[in-house]
Design a binder for this molecule. Sequence first.
Ligand SMILES: CC(C)(COP(=O)(O)OP(=O)(O)OC[C@H]1O[C@@H](n2cnc3c(N)ncnc32)[C@H](O)[C@@H]1OP(=O)(O)O)[C@@H](O)C(=O)NCCC(=O)NCCS
Length: 152
Amino acid sequence: MIRLMNTADVASVVEIEKLVQSHPWTPKQFDEAVTGYQSTVIEVRGQVVGFCILQPVLDEANLLLMAIHPSQQGQGLGYRLLEESIAMLKNNPVQIFLEVRESNTSAIRLYEKSDFHQIDLRKNYYPKPDGTREHAIIMVRACSDDFSQLFK
Ligand SMILES: CC(C)(COP(=O)(O)OP(=O)(O)OC[C@H]1O[C@@H](n2cnc3c(N)ncnc32)[C@H](O)[C@@H]1OP(=O)(O)O)[C@@H](O)C(=O)NCCC(=O)NCCS
């Protein structure tokens, strides 16, 4: 089941985030995301196992963060969560942007499956745990037919 995140979900979401991110968001950031953005969770047998945070901006949106609990990855949950969360956006965006670490191949494959295309590279954008940095890949998904033609 996919539904909007509420403050009671934040503890579970923070746990998942800590398991998958080297620089995790804080509980305060997730609390703010509940009210400030469109934040969704996916449940399996009543347990929150993933989340997705989308920021609507005028007629566009930014995918800020998403994750699936490591024990539940590779079963199609991330794809379902992403597609349904995009469908839930109330501003009906013409395009959706995201940034992803160049080394994060599983996320990049998921985004490509969801019709995102690389449009840019931001050099040395993300810090790495070893003190070095890595590039960010900028991707976009066109949500209207007019824009879709541009990326074909
Ligand atoms: C990225 C992430 C959300 C994917 O969630 P998931 O539930 O495992 O993904 P799904 O099972 O729905 O897979 C969807 C597609 O993603 C790709 N994918 C997922 N895991 C992959 C892996 N380990 N290797 C390669 N491709 C992978 C595949 O294209 C897959 O489609 P397919 O099964 O038809 O081949 C999950 O791996 C995760 O939480 N990672 C850590 C957090 C993160 O990196 N978030 C994104 C950046 S903010």
